[in-house]
Design a protein around this ligand. Structure first.
Ligand SMILES: *[C@@H]1O[C@H](CO)[C@@H](O)[C@H](O)[C@H]1NC(C)=O
Ligand SMILES: *[C@@H]1O[C@H](CO)[C@@H](O)[C@H](O)[C@H]1NC(C)=O
Ligand SMILES: *[C@@H]1O[C@H](CO)[C@@H](O)[C@H](O)[C@H]1NC(C)=O
Ligand SMILES: *[C@@H]1O[C@H](CO)[C@@H](O)[C@H](O)[C@H]1NC(C)=O
Ligand SMILES: *[C@@H]1O[C@H](CO)[C@@H](O)[C@H](O)[C@H]1NC(C)=O
Length: 351
């Protein structure tokens, strides 16, 4: 039964189909257009310029910890335009280097690449945890070619922070207004750790405000402002190792504008990174009580306290320590790396 009504319906459907086909065809032409130009999408959907296609492929075996970030966005000073960073394991066999983040493989050796390793491929070991918090380093025996860690003697050093000379025209540093004495932010609370014991002793002599998981809550957004109202900050590391000087020092104290009281590697090690008169080291005192009376003395003597900020007229903190920028360093390091290099034991070196 062919009614006018049905013919109308049919032609409507036909029209819709033709319209959709046309749209699909135009999209295809546009896509071809892009491809025939010199741009192309990589498998990670980064638009790359084919005429200057990167020669060196760097595979991130996993994202580091829980962080992901845009790839192939390294600032020009990293000289990384001839490297292609990818997270796509299908590119393993053509990768010149594989970046392995320790934490993400440390629970089982099977988390390392299991497929046969192309000859001359570099494996780069990346780690920001201290040896005390790095499990199963022996998994890496005779596998790694280059190291990347906070340790200054790594092939690719990635410290938690460092100082840079200030610009001539940058603003004069002003010490934040102070109303309180000592702050400490800590979540990893271990009763028998050296830092907790030190704190338990120190708090007998000084007023210390403790923030974190088992203490006063402090919001992620304004903790820096909050800490800046304290004269001192306890930059107590969770374990004591060479060069292991973390954001507790760089960010929580230096950047916020509280004077760091440090517990970590020896004073000489800190002085590798920061001026001697920019921090107070617990080892400078024979007893906790002695440290406490020094702090109380500084609390009464603002002239003397200010001396801890003199360095701020010359230097500022650079803590561009993001994983993205750390990984940006790999490209140049690889171009400068010796043709052959292998590390028999990361465990031996890193301990
Ligand atoms: C791709 O790179 C080449 C060579 O550097 C340059 O001449 C060209 O303009 C670039 N094309 C696009 C679309 O960026
Ligand atoms: C890497 O390790 C961290 C910490 O163990 C974990 O939270 C994360 O999910 C891991 N990421 C990948 C990609 O395996
Ligand atoms: C800092 O945090 C404490 C505890 O949560 C709060 O009492 C205080 O008001 C905060 N100070 C500033 C300046 O935000
Ligand atoms: C620490 O003890 C040594 C030796 O007993 C002493 O010479 C030194 O003055 C003491 N340090 C301080 C800061 O009192
Ligand atoms: C990296 O180390 C492995 C394992 O020792 C070795 O087989 C490989 O040749 C090394 N690659 C380079 C480029 O040094």
């Amino acid at each position: 039964m062919i009614s006018i009504e049905n013919i109308k319906k049919c032609s409507q459907i036909l029209f819709t189909v033709v319209l959709l086909l046309t749209i699909a065809f135009i999209s295809f032409l546009v896509y071809r257009g892009i491809k025939s130009n010199d741009l192309e999408y990589t498998q990670t959907h980064e638009l790359i310029n084919v005429t200057k296609r990167p020669k060196i492929v760097l595979l991130l075996w996993t994202w580091p910890l829980r962080y992901s970030f845009p790839l192939n966005r390294c600032p020009p000073e990293f000289d990384a335009s001839d490297c292609l960073y990818t997270i796509d394991r299908d590119m393993y066999s053509s990768a010149h280097a594989v970046i392995i983040h320790h934490r993400n493989i440390s629970t089982s050796k099977t988390l390392l690449p299991q497929i046969p390793r192309p000859p001359n491929q570099f494996w780069i070991w990346s780690n920001m945890e201290s040896p005390s918090n790095s499990l199963n380093l022996v998994f890496l025996d005779n596998l790694i070619n280059l190291t990347m860690s906070y340790r200054v003697d790594s092939d690719i050093p990635t410290p938690y922070g460092w100082l840079v000379s200030k610009n001539q025209d940058s603003k004069k540093y002003i010490i934040p207004k102070k109303s309180k004495l000592v702050a400490w932010m800590v979540s990893n609370w271990k009763k028998n750790s050296r830092r907790v014991k030190y704190y338990e002793d120190l708090k007998n002599y000084l007023n210390i405000d403790v923030f974190g998981k088992y203490h006063k809550p402090l919001s992620r957004t304004d903790y820096m402002k909050n800490i800046s109202t304290y004269k001192f900050y306890l930059s107590f590391e969770n374990s004591i190792h060479e060069d292991y000087i973390t954001e507790k020092f760089w960010n929580n104290a230096f950047v916020s504008g509280a004077v760091p009281i440090v517990l970590g590697p020896p004073r000489k090690n800190y002085e590798r990174f920061a001026p001697p008169e920019s921090f107070i080291h617990v080892d400078d005192f024979n007893t906790t009580k002695e440290l406490a009376s020094y702090i109380l003395d500084l609390d009464k003597n603002y002239q003397k306290y200010q001396q801890y900020f003199v360095w701020k007229s010359k230097y500022e903190v650079s803590h561009r320590g993001s994983f993205m920028l750390q990984y940006c360093k790999v490209c140049r390091a690889l171009k400068e790396a010796p043709g052959y290099r292998t590390i028999p034991s990361i465990a031996e070196w890193f301990k």
